[in-house]
Design a protein around this ligand. Sequence first.
Ligand SMILES: *Cc1c(COP(=O)(O)O)cnc(C)c1O
Length: 233
Amino acid sequence: MQMETNFGYIDENYRRITYEIEEAKAKYRKPSEEITLMAVTKTVAPEAVNHAIGCGIRTLGENRVQEFLSKKEFYLPEAEVHFIGHLQTNKVKYIIEDMTLIHSVDSLRLAAEIDRHAARVGKVQDILIEVNVGGEESKSGVSPEQLEDLLSEIGQLSYVHVRGLMTIPPAGENEKFLCQMQQLYLDISSKKMDNIDMDILSMGMSGDYAAAIRYGSTLVRIGSALFGARKYQ
Ligand SMILES: *Cc1c(COP(=O)(O)O)cnc(C)c1O
């Protein structure tokens, strides 16, 4: 007999998270605004990911190319997949056909490589620009000061379409950086740059998603609060 894994904890976590999202939304946002709950799947077995899809998750976030390639054939088809991890230019070709959105673009070089492969496979790839809002050495992302120049260069590419911004704010003084990110997002929006849209602000993780919703997030990326603490091999 096959072992049945008990994923009841995922149901419970999903209910709590969606409740808290609705609560933050009711407090800080317009009823018409939609907030996407992404399930971040790094280290999580496909069976658990599929259980979350069964709960109602329709967006998965993948960090690692290799891990995604080994799991993708097991995923239920109802959910779209986004890439949220650091992406090397030489790996773009492996994921270009599978990703609805790539959140982690922080250089013209990477955007140009995505553009080249998107043209090859006949799609326009939606992307977000990752911003290193806290200016941390250890994190990827373009600095707030360089964002606008990068956007005007990427706006020239025909097969990528910028849809918004993504960030991982510093652990301390979280609200200050969430607020700065919202300002940056609104600022760029108001400039109406060529081929640049600002309709997605990807910010908020397990520890700060309610605060991120307060500061305008449209997509929260949740891993451990949904699936439990990650077990790295
Ligand atoms: C792992 C990860 C998350 C989720 O982190 P949790 O704190 O477990 O919710 C979100 N975004 C990115 C880019 C990640 O790498």
